[in-house]
Ligand binder design. Sequence first.
Ligand code: ATP
Length: 234
Amino acid sequence: MSLLETRDLTGFYGDFQALFGVDITLSEGETVAVIGANGAGKTTLMRSISGVITQAPGMVRFDGREIGALPPDEIMALGIAVVPEGRKLFPSLSVEENLMMGCHRRKVAGPWSLDTVYGLFPILKERRHQPGTALSGGQQQMVSIGRALMSNPRVLLCDEISLGLAPVVIKDIYAAFPQIRETGASVVVVEQDVGQAMKVADRVYCMMEGRVTLSGRPSDLSREAIHDAYFGAA
Ligand code: ATP
């Protein structure tokens, strides 16, 4: 059984329909990537899972339970943590205070604590008393990932963590993912960087215009098939 699944998921902003029958599944311990161009619907999918957009019954299930109608704080308390697009650090708080905000709503024992997050991203320990927003973009992204891990989530949803970062920084950040996986967390990464998605994921979903256009294991997907699913067949 899947840990997390969406079934025939639709998503609306007022009258505008952004998702059309999206089915995705995530198994325990699995890392899945969702790729697609600007506007494909990836963020809307993440918002539907994390409760920012309320969904009808039957459309989002987590650990055998309907969660589509729950508010974001309850979903986070169940064990789904989000690394939001744009990082969204608390500007008036230090690095350490930002990290601590991650376990405010969910205090469960698990592999992640300030110590282990600092072990994952040692630079954050050095900077722990500085305001989060004084850090470089890559370091802020580390804070955002660390903050999500602090809740010891069962599912980590990462929305476009490479956006606006230099390739070498992206590589550094993704270098942390094997360690995150080792703790047993299941992960969804939303990525426009297809190469990065292929490297990190067990399975990939490609979206275009609100629909899943391709899915499979990276080794089973040809470059041509991905190109067509991403941009549309010529
Ligand atoms: P991006 O890489 O730009 O974040 P995306 O794949 O995450 O793209 P979404 O942000 O989910 O795509 O957007 C899907 C569609 O919904 C787009 O056509 C977008 O313009 C529209 N959309 C997104 N957010 C809103 C909103 N708050 N109000 C109205 N339309 C929106």
